[in-house]
Each structure stands twice: as C-alpha cells, then as structure tokens.
Design a protein around this ligand. Structure first.
Ligand SMILES: [Zn+2]
Ligand SMILES: [Zn+2]
Length: 173
C-alpha cells in the first residue's frame, strides 16, 4: 500500500490499515489473519512523521519446545522519515547520540505503509519466542514435553562427576 507524498494533506492524513495475510508486504511472514493498524502521517517540512500502531497474529516457533504457536503482536509506530539527502546529517546525529527517535529514509516519492507495518511487526518478534512464559521445553533424552509433566528420565549428570566415579571405583578395588 503506497502513500504518495503529494497526497499527504497539510493537516496530515489518517490511514486505517487492513492487510490480508497474502498481501505481498506481509507474505513472507507467518501471518495468521489480517494485519491491522491505524497510522497518522504528517509532513513536517522535508520529513514525514508516522505515528500510530500496527498489529497482527504471527505464527512463531517456541525456542524451548519447538512447537508452533500464534502470538498476538501489537507495536507502536513512531518513525520519522527523512529524505535520503539527509543521510549524512542523520549519521552525525546518531554518533552524537542526540537522536532517540526511529529514523528511516524516504526512497522515491511514496511511502509503503504495508512494508512499514510488516517491518514494525518483525522487529517486535522476540529473538527467542516462548509459547508460554514457563514453557518447560522438551526432554533432551526422550523428547517428551516437560510442560505436561515429568517424563521419568534421569536428570542430566554433569560430566565432571565422572572423574569422581572413577576415583571411587579405584578405592573400592
Ligand atoms: Zn514452548
Ligand atoms: Zn525424558
């Protein structure tokens, strides 16, 4: 979904986003259900300010038990788009650490809000997603789901104890 900069009114525009899971912008993500959001887009001189929120249901794989689950992601949007010409200035500001705001760069004369929404949702996905806070993971020996109960396997023994075991055998002899 492209918003042409010349279509952004002086007082700004509001966009209600509703993307199908098979929309090209979000196609590569495991989106389940539509990606929705509402965005306020305002021009401030050469810059374009995008404020609002986006959200959607994403299928993720639990880092502990490897089961797929659906996570509901909601993310605030607060991005300032600048003309690419401003690249040098932005780099300098970042070095000075004076810029807390999310800054991106405008390419061409349009803003792809579908892409923007997909990007914000991707960024909100945790590095190690968990199906539940206290997911017990799977047993490395038998593969049982430890959230459902103990599987009866012996707890892992620390290999450092093996030296002790050898010692004990020697004494017994
Ligand atoms: Zn899990
Ligand atoms: Zn087990």
């Amino acid at each position: 979904m492209l918003i042409h900069l010349e279509d952004i009114l002086q007082e700004g525009i509001e966009i209600e986003l509703n993307l199908d899971p098979d929309d090209p912008a979000v196609q590569e993500m495991n989106i389940r259900g539509p990606v929705t959001g509402s965005l306020q887009i305002r021009k401030t001189g050469q810059q374009v300010l995008v404020l609002g929120n986006v959200g959607g249901k994403v299928q993720l794989t639990c880092a502990r038990c490897l089961k797929d689950f659906i996570a509901e992601i909601q993310e605030k949007v607060d991005i300032e788009f600048r003309p690419v010409l401003d690249l040098d200035r932005a780099a300098r500001e970042r070095e000075l650490g004076s810029d807390d705001l999310d800054v991106e760069f405008l390419r061409g004369d349009a803003l792809d809000v579908g892409h923007l929404a997909a990007e914000q949702i991707s960024l909100a996905i945790p590095m190690k997603p968990l199906c539940r806070e206290d997911c017990g993971g799977i047993c490395p020996d038998c593969g049982a789901d430890r959230t459902l109960g103990t599987c009866g396997c012996e707890p892992d023994t620390d290999p450092r104890w093996n030296a002790l075991k050898d010692l004990k055998l020697k004494i017994d002899n």
